[in-house]
Design a protein around this ligand. Structure first.
Ligand code: ZN
Ligand code: ZN
Length: 377
């Protein structure tokens, strides 16, 4: 039986191209090997790629909708013409007439739901990656009944109302003659079996809630909202069905000194006018430890000093962003008589007693701040 590409992408069969594209992008972000190197996840990543290849291509989609698998026919070289890519005749009949739809008793075992947990991390943990222990509360398989739902020593019995078929039929007369209709068996809810003595631990559900501690590897470069997928760590399904996935959503705590924009970090240092003019060194605790920031003589307010490779590690590999230090120069006010005398002397020596100023259109400060906002994320 061909893979259900719609289910792989989690879209309805009548989904639009736009919905298909959105679903694919969302999954691709979550399951990308860089975010999630886990082999099971990579397997799913391949699946969604295959599903998208088929469903995004109108021709392949049509073949698939008619019951064929366009990917397997491409691998076989393709015979061309009508019939290429079709599995067998009964597949096509199933596609047209829905004879493949569910018949007989439904399984008590179903896949569990995905779960999501929020994880708060610090900026340096996002920059370099980390390993975290998290507590998760999910459904796990009931150990008392091993997920069967029956009390120890008992077992599920074939339903006597439907004789295990899961549905009951009724014959009614109409003007067309006798019509037979089927509906799910009311005694076993369509399961075909009944559990006379449910497990006391899980009340017959086959699963119980439990708190576990998981170790999660957080790759370097994650950002607010990044989701890390842990395959099979979500809720166990009813009847001991396979577990859904667990998504760990990253929330990055604000840092006291640095603001993150993409993989760059920004901070502002305020220095007095004298230091800006003469040059100085200021200590800064970067993510990599204490560093001396060299303020060159004659540094202007608004100037920025980039430190390459001191930002966040790029999630997709290949180095780190920069740490950009924006310099703000403070003008000394409230001068005592001696300082004022010195200032006046300095102004005279520099010929700046009556500066004409330099006029430009607009507000420089405001413009540069706006530019920063646009250049940021
Ligand atoms: Zn149980
Ligand atoms: Zn029944």
């Amino acid at each position: 039986m061909a893979t259900d590409y719609y289910a792989v992408l989690g879209v309805r069969r009548d989904a639009s191209q736009d919905e298909i594209k959105k679903a694919f992008r969302r999954l691709a972000r979550e399951l990308h090997p860089d975010v999630n190197p886990d082999p099971k996840t990579q397997e799913r990543f391949k699946e969604i790629n295959a599903a998208y290849e088929v469903l995004s291509d109108p021709q392949k989609k049509q073949v698939y909708d008619l019951g064929g698998d366009p990917l397997s026919s491409a691998a076989g070289g393709g015979q061309g013409g009508f019939g290429a890519g079709f599995g067998n005749f009964s597949d096509i009949m199933d596609a047209f007439f829905g004879t493949a739809s569910q018949r007989g008793p439904r399984s008590r075992t179903r896949r569990g739901q995905d779960a999501m947990i929020r994880l708060d991390i610090e900026l340096d943990e996002a920059a370099f990656g980390t390993t975290k222990e998290i507590q998760v509360d999910t459904a796990i398989v009931c150990t008392t009944c091993s997920g069967e739902g029956a009390a120890p020593g008992t077992s599920a019995q074939t339903c006597d109302m439907c004789r295990g078929r899961g549905e009951v039929s009724q014959v009614t007369r109409s003007f067309l003659g006798q019509v037979m209709t089927s509906r799910p068996c009311p005694q076993c809810q369509g399961f075909g079996t009944v559990v006379p003595t449910p497990c006391p631990e899980c009340a017959g559900d086959g699963r119980v809630r439990s708190r576990r501690t998981l170790t999660v590897k957080i790759p370097a470069g994650v950002d607010n909202g990044t989701r890390i997928q842990l395959a099979g760590e979500g809720e166990v399904g009813p009847g001991g069905g396979p577990a859904g996935d667990l998504y760990v959503e990253i929330h990055e705590a604000p840092h006291a000194a640095f603001q993150r924009r993409g993989d760059d970090l920004h901070c502002t240092v305020t220095i007095p006018m004298t230091a800006a003019s003469l040059g100085t060194k200021v200590p800064l605790e970067t993510l990599d430890g204490l560093e001396e920031i060299d303020i060159r003589p004659g540094t202007q307010s608004g100037q920025s000093i980039p430190l390459h490779g001191r930002g966040i590690t790029h999630l997709r590999g290949g180095g780190r962003g920069q740490l950009i230090i924006h310099v703000e120069v403070t003008t000394p006010g409230k001068l005592d008589p001696e300082q004022e005398e010195l200032m006046r002397r300095l102004a005279k020596l520099r010929g700046e007693e009556r500066p004409l100023g330099e006029f430009k259109p607009g507000q420089q400060g405001l413009f540069s701040r706006l530019k920063d906002a646009f250049n940021g994320r």
